[in-house]
Design a protein around this ligand. Sequence first.
Ligand code: NAD
Length: 254
Amino acid sequence: MGSHKNRTVLVTGAARGIGFAIAEAFAAQGAKVALVDLGKEDVTAAAGKLAAAGTTAIGLAGDVGDFEAMREAVTEIEGALGPVDILVNNAGISPKHEGRRHEVWEMDPEEWRRVLDVNLTGCFNLTRLVTPGMKQRGHGSIVNMASVAGKSYCDFVGVHYSTTKAGVIGFTRHLAGELGPYGITVNAIAPGRIDTPLMRGVNPAVNEAIAGETALRRLGQPSEVADMALFLTSDQARFVTGQTVDVAGGWLMT
Ligand code: NAD
């Protein structure tokens, strides 16, 4: 997939896990990569790793749920790397309390709002900021991180998480229709259980049980999700839009 060279790619939640794997995968294709994440130290270190390997990369701290902070981040990124060609809305949270979700009857409304702000409004904020330029230039690709939990009932996540991931799927379909006439594709990835820091916080028996229910009998690797992000933003996928693709090894197939 040789279509990413010199493209400017913005990845949110990129300091670790799936987001970092995506940033690394684009870097390996010769893209210029902007990493956005909450903590300055972590995101600077992550961008530093890519820069050390020869990539043009910058790391910026900011909360995707904060529109003004994202406006400043996008201005800085476009000043340093040029207009954003590819946006990957990856940042997401799935709160756990002593390794388990809060059931709806015990969930703090503030926790509900925070998950909506990060997982869903975060996608809106970045999309809102980069699409005027993409529309003007007549090209661009957006990939949103959904989850199989947005399509099927999943015992391990809270109602806020599955609601936002279902929302990401609807957001993706709607924007594919709205932005397609301007040459912009919008797709989503629905990962199954991927071995990242987010998932290591839970009881290992849970991960073993999920691996057992997965057709391929294992958890996924962040690089396997990153490969799908590369494909969906490549020339090979130029006629693919509005889709949510499972990268789940056959777990919770719908
Ligand atoms: P992770 O917790 O390992 O990494 C998420 C990153 O996002 C962290 O670096 C975190 O600091 C950052 N982040 C969190 N809130 C943020 C905010 N408000 N602003 C900016 N950055 C923020 O998670 P992961 O497992 O790599 O998950 C990445 C995405 O994939 C999430 O959207 C998640 O819901 C989705 N997903 C993961 C799995 C899985 O099994 N790991 C499964 C389905 C979907």
